[in-house]
Design a protein around this ligand. Structure first.
Ligand code: NDP
Length: 333
C-alpha cells in the first residue's frame, strides 16, 4: 500500500532573497517502509537560517540542496508504519527529512514525550538551536559567572537561549540586540535580559556602549557585519567571541566589507572562535539535562512562533529570515 504525501522541492537556486519561484510543491506516493525504515507523519518541521546557505551551489560543511529534489531539515512526527524492531506506530521521532507531510527514513531518533513540553521543542529549546546556544556560550566563548554577555539576534531561537543560559549561570549583565521594539520589550520583560536595544534605531555602537557601560566580556555573534564591529569596540580585555553565524549577509549578493577595527584583537588580547554545532553532539545529553530542568521549573522561557500548514512553510522560512519570529520559528503540519 502507498501513502499520499506532499513535499516541497528546490525549484531554483535563489540569487539574493528567495522568492516563490524558489519552491515547488509536489504530490507523491510513498511506498511501505523497507526493512530498517519507518514511515513518519510529520507534525512539526523546522525552518532555520542554515537552509538558506544550502540553497547555494557551494561547498560547505553540509552539501547543497539538489534542484528538483525535496528540501531537508529537522522535523518531528509520529510513526505510522514501522519496519524497525522496537519501533511501533504512534511512536514520536525526530529526523532530518522535513519540508514534507510524510517521510520515509532509516535515520531517526526516538523521542520520549515530556509532559507539558510540546514536541516542537525538540526543534528548538531542547534541540539543535539550544545545543548551539549551550555549546557556543559555555564551551566556545568559555563563559564564566560574573561575565557581561552581549548576544545579537537575541530574540531568535539561539539568541534567546544564550541570554537566558547566561543569566541562569550567573552573568553579571546580559545584553541583547533585536530588530523591533516589541522584541526588545520581550527580552527585558519576559526573558530577564538586563538591557536590550533595537539595532534599527540608530547608531549600533552607541546603543551597545550605553547598554553595557562597563564593556562586555563575551560576544555571541549571530549576525556579523556591523554588530561584530560594534562588539569589538566595546569588548573588554581578554574578551571572547563565539562566531555562530552572520545572518546579516546570508541574502546579500555581495559580501559587505569586514570590520575595520581588527587591531583590537591584539591590543585587547581578544579571541574569536567559530563552530559548527554538528561537531558537538557529545554535549547533547548535558544540554538536555540542564535546559530540560530549567524548562520544567519555568526558569527558562521557550518562546515559539508557529506557522500553520505545509503550504505556509516557504513563507515561514522567509519570515524567519526577515525577523518575523520571536523565539523558534516552526511549522505545524
Ligand atoms: P533566529 O530564530 O534568530 O531567526 C533569525 C533572526 O535573524 C531573525 O528573527 C531576525 O531577527 C535576525 N536577522 C535577520 N536579518 C538580520 C540582520 N540583517 N541583522 C540582524 N539580525 C537579523 O535564527 P536561529 O536562532 O536559528 O539562528 C541564529 C544564528 O545562529 C544564525 O546566524 C544561524 O545561522 C546561526 N546558527 C549557527 C549554528 C552553528 O552551528 N554555528 C547552528 C544554528 C544556528 P531581528 O528581528 O532581530 O532582526
Amino acid at each position: 500500500m502507498t501513502t499520499s504525501a506532499r513535499e516541497i522541492h528546490l525549484a531554483a537556486r535563489p540569487k539574493g532573497w528567495p522568492t516563490d519561484e524558489t519552491f515547488r510543491f509536489v504530490d507523491t506516493e510513498l511506498p511501505a517502509p523497507a526493512p530498517g525504515q519507518v514511515l513518519v507523519r510529520n507534525t512539526f518541521m523546522s525552518v532555520d537560517p542554515y537552509m538558506r546557505g544550502r540553497m547555494n551551489d557551494v561547498k560547505s560543511y553540509v552539501p547543497p540542496f539538489q534542484l528538483d529534489q525535496p528540501l531537508e531539515g529537522g522535523a518531528v512526527g509520529e510513526v505510522v508504519e514501522s519496519a524497525v524492531d522496537g519501533v511501533s506506530a504512534g511512536d514520536l521521532v525526530l529526523h532530518n527529512l522535513g519540508w514534507r507531510s510524510h517521510s520515509l527514513t532509516s535515520e531517526f531518533t526516538p523521542l520520549k514525550e515530556v509532559p507539558g513540553v510540546s514536541p516542537s521543542h525538540f526543534l528548538g529549546a531542547l534541540g539543535m538551536p539550544a545545543l548551539t546556544a549551550y555549546v557556543g556560550l559555555l564551551d566556545i566563548a568559555q563563559f564564566k559567572a560574573g561575565d557581561t554577555v552581549f548576544v545579537s539576534g537575541a530574540a531568535g531561537a539561539v539568541g534567546s537561549l544564550v541570554g537566558q543560559i547566561a543569566r541562569l549561570k550567573g552573568a553579571k549583565r546580559v545584553v541583547g540586540s533585536a530588530g523591533s521594539a516589541a522584541k526588545v520589550d520581550h527580552l527585558t520583560g519576559k526573558l530577564g535580559f538586563d538591557a536590550a536595544f533595537n539595532y534599527k534605531d540608530g547608531d549600533l555602537r552607541e546603543q551597545l556602549a550605553a547598554a553595557a557601560p562597563e564593556g562586555i566580556d563575551v560576544y555571541f555573534d549571530n549576525v556579523g557585519g556591523d554588530h561584530l564591529q560594534a562588539a569589538l569596540d566595546v569588548l573588554n580585555r581578554h574578551g571572547r567571541i563565539a562566531a555562530c553565524g552572520s545572518i546579516s549577509a546570508y541574502n546579500e549578493k555581495d559580501l559587505p566589507p569586514g570590520p575595520n577595527n581588527m587591531h583590537y584583537f591584539v591590543t585587547k588580547r581578544l579571541s574569536m572562535r567559530g563552530f559548527i554545532i554538528l561537531d558537538h553532539y557529545d554535549r547533547l545529553s548535558a544540554m538536555i539535562g540542564e535546559v530540560g530542568q530549567w524548562l520544567s521549573t519555568g526558569q527558562l522561557v521557550a518562546e515559539e512562533t508557529v506557522a500553520e500548514g505545509l503550504d505556509n512553510a516557504p513563507a515561514a522560512f522567509l519570515g524567519m529570515l526577515r525577523g518575523e519570529n520571536t523565539g523558534k520559528m516552526v511549522v505545524r503540519l
